[in-house]
Ligand binder design. Structure first.
Ligand code: SF4
Ligand code: SF4
Length: 229
C-alpha cells in the first residue's frame, strides 16, 4: 500500500487560485485505506470547496487511480463534467496523480502528500524495506538492509554518531548499523564486518532502460502490442 495524507486545505485552495471550477477524483485503493481520498474524504472536500466559492462540476471515486486504463474507463459517462472543470483535484498518492495527469488532457492538482515508507515492501505490510539497489548486500549485514535501516543509507559501516543505539540524525530511530552489528553478533557472524563492501553502483538504483520497455516494468508496453479494433 502507498500511504498518503491530505494536504492542508489552504494549500489546495492556493493551487485552485484563478480557477472557478473543479472535478474531484478519489481513489478507492490505498487513498481510501489511508483516509485521504476515499468516498468520505471526497464528499468532505466537495463541501469545503463549495463553501470556498468553487463550482464542483462532479466527483468520482475510482478503484485505483494509479491504473491509467481504469481512470479512462471509469470516467466514461462523466466526460462532460470533466470537460466543464478548469482542473482536476486528485485525492490520492503521487502515483495516482501522475497516472491521472498522463490520462487526461487537463490541469491536475495533488490533494495529498505521499508519505515515505522508507522503500518498497512486500505485499504484506511488514517492517522490512528494500530500495531495489540491484546489488543486494544482505549477506554481509545479517539480513538487515543498510540502505533502508541506516538514515544515511551507509553501506560500509556506522558513521560513529549514534548515541545509546539511536541515530544521530533521527534520535527516534534505532541506528541501522547497531541493528546490523547486534544481528551479526547474535548469529555468530561478526567476522562479516571485516569484509570490505564496495561502494554502491548508483546506476543500478535506476531502472535499466531495456527493462523499462517490458511488461515487468509497466503494463503499457504490453498494451501497446495488443491491437484493439
Ligand atoms: S541491499 Fe539492496 S537489494 Fe538488498 S534489501 Fe537492501 S536495497 Fe534491497
Ligand atoms: S547513527 Fe547509525 S543509522 Fe544514523 S546515520 Fe549513523 S550509522 Fe546510519
Amino acid at each position: 500500500m502507498i500511504f498518503s495524507e491530505p494536504k492542508p486545505f489552504e494549500e489546495i485552495l492556493g493551487y485552485l487560485e484563478g480557477e472557478k471550477s473543479v472535478f474531484i477524483l478519489g481513489c478507492d485503493g490505498c487513498a481510501q485505506s489511508s483516509g485521504s481520498g476515499g468516498p468520505v474524504q471526497v464528499e468532505e472536500m466537495k463541501k469545503k470547496l463549495v463553501e470556498a466559492g468553487k463550482k464542483v462540476t462532479g466527483a468520482k471515486v475510482l478503484p485505483f487511480l494509479c491504473e491509467k486504463a481504469l481512470v479512462k474507463s471509469g470516467l466514461r459517462g462523466r466526460v462532460a463534467e470533466v470537460v466543464a472543470a478548469d482542473s482536476i483535484l486528485v485525492m490520492t498518492c503521487g502515483l495516482g496523480v501522475q497516472a491521472v495527469a498522463a490520462s487526461l488532457n487537463k490541469v491536475c492538482h495533488p490533494a495529498c502528500n505521499t508519505v515515505n515508507l522508507g522503500g518498497s515492501r512486500g505485499e504484506w505490510p511488514g517492517s522490512e524495506r528494500c530500495k531495489e539497489c540491484g546489488q543486494c548486500l544482505l549477506d554481509s549485514t545479517g539480513g538487515i538492509c543498510p540502505l533502508t535501516a541506516c538514515t544515511k543509507s551507509l553501506v560500509s559501516g556506522a558513521c560513529g554518531g549514534a548515541n545509546n543505539g539511536k541515530c544521530e540524525l533521527s534520535p527516534d530511530r534505532d541506528c541501522g548499523w547497531e541493528l546490523i552489528y547486534n544481528r551479526l553478533k547474535a548469529k555468530g557472524q561478526l567476522e562479516k564486518l571485516k569484509k570490505f563492501i564496495s561502494p554502491l553502483d548508483h546506476s543500478k538504483l535506476m531502472p535499466d532502460p531495456k527493462l523499462m520497455s517490458t511488461p515487468r516494468y509497466a503494463l503499457e508496453s504490453l498494451a501497446q502490442e495488443v491491437k484493439v479494433k
